[in-house]
Design a protein around this ligand. Structure first.
Ligand SMILES: *Cc1c(COP(=O)(O)O)cnc(C)c1O
Length: 363
């Protein structure tokens, strides 16, 4: 077998090795079933048990109460950019948007097609390198909802805490930091995450929505785009992404049983990101972090080197050392190390050591 690389991909991203091994063991036959999860009916007892267990484990891990519905949908986070306003933004209402980076901007662009929106803060003037303070938010107390992106995957800025929006339902795109730390679900009206960053493979998106918000979904919406329809059918409105749900279940089980829960995961994530930020801060300006210090992401560490040429060399030399996918997003350039839950401490140590050596040799 070929050796596995140290994979800093932003998404689809590395999965925990024990999860892949578990899936590998069961790929030809689930225990006692004689067929793969890829080959059985979504309405079979076996699959319904898999899905129920995945949901129960998610509820346990995140502390999700019965006031919330958990949905497993398709269409990625991009579809949620549209489904959120289609379902939650009524006629004559307006929704508040916090624009803290590329994903927030794209979500707003889709919402504008569906109804009235207000931008309560936009980080454009400083290149989306920081997050707003509470007093900078120009909130509408009668907004249908207030929308934010907890972690901007491309810029590498992450909210430490939820923005305070009063009684307005808080909606969050948590795609790239879902389950990186405990989440106070009760503060949210709706939170969603495509799985392929931190929770599983591409193809399934977890949506957690407060049940009383489901009343807002209009009957005239296309069935697939209606949250209430999905809730009434328990994510079985149509064939759900069965393999993705199975994998999210395995990741959740891994977080519970092998990591020891989200508080333990957060401690590990803090230690991992601190290693890289320290290497940046101690480099005397050779590495320049993109995010302002108090907005730094635990998941996506973004930085620049002096010049495109050195950045190219950094990516190439790192690749030769088995450290891959470090090139920043094409829209912002530079370097991005995505260090989601599945990235082991040892992998981050290897990158940190490489950064120190590269700085010595090239400064
Ligand atoms: C990756 C990502 C998306 C887009 O997800 P798709 O599943 O490709 O639609 C949206 N928001 C954030 C924060 C992301 O990281």
């Amino acid at each position: 077998m070929t050796e596995r690389i140290t994979n800093f991909s932003a998404g689809p991203a590395a999965l925990p090795l024990p999860v892949l091994e578990h899936a590998q063991r069961e790929l030809l036959s689930l225990p006692g079933v004689g067929a793969s999860v890829l080959e059985i009916s979504h309405r079979s007892k076996t699959f319904i048990e898999i899905m129920d267990r995945a949901e129960a484990d998610l509820r346990e891990l995140l502390g999700i109460s019965d006031d919330y519905q958990v949905l497993f949908l398709q269409g990625g986070s991009r579809l949620q950019f549209s489904m959120v306003p289609m379902n939650l933004l009524g006629e004559g209402q307006s929704a508040d948007y916090l624009v803290t980076g590329s994903w927030g901007k794209k979500a707003l662009a889709e919402a504008i097609k569906e109804g009235n929106t207000r931008v309560v803060w936009d980080g454009k003037s400083t290149g989306y390198d920081r997050l707003p303070t509470a007093d900078q938010l120009d909130l509408d107390p009668s907004a249908a909802y207030a929308y934010f992106t907890s972690n901007e995957t491309i810029q590498g800025v992450q909210f430490l805490d939820e923005p305070v929006v009063g009684d307005v339902p808080l909606v969050c795109d948590a795609s790239s930091d879902f389950m990186c730390r405990p989440l106070p679900i009760e503060k949210y009206g709706l939170v969603y995450a495509c799985a392929q960053k931190n929770a599983g493979p591409a193809g399934v998106t977890v949506v957690i929505v407060r049940k009383n918000l489901l009343e807002r979904s209009r009957d005239s919406l296309p069935g697939y785009l209606n949250y209430r329809e999905h809730a009434q059918h328990n994510s079985m409105y149509n064939t759900p992404p069965t393999f993705g749900i199975y994998m999210v279940g395995l990741v959740t089980k891994w977080l519970r049983e092998e990591i020891g829960g989200l508080a333990a995961m957060e401690i590990q994530n803090r230690a991992k990101s601190a290693m890289l930020y320290e290497a940046i801060d101690r480099s005397d300006g050779f590495y320049r972090g993109h995010a302002a210090t108090d907005s730094r992401s635990l998941m996506n560490v973004t930085f620049r080197l002096p010049g495109d040429q050195l950045e190219g060399k950094f990516v190439a030399d790192a690749g030769s050392a088995g450290l891959t996918s470090l090139k920043g997003h094409r829209s912002v350039g530079g370097i991005r190390a995505s260090i989601y839950n599945a990235m082991p401490v040892a992998g981050v140590e290897r990158l940190r050591d490489f950064m120190l050596e590269f700085c010595e040799a090239n400064r």
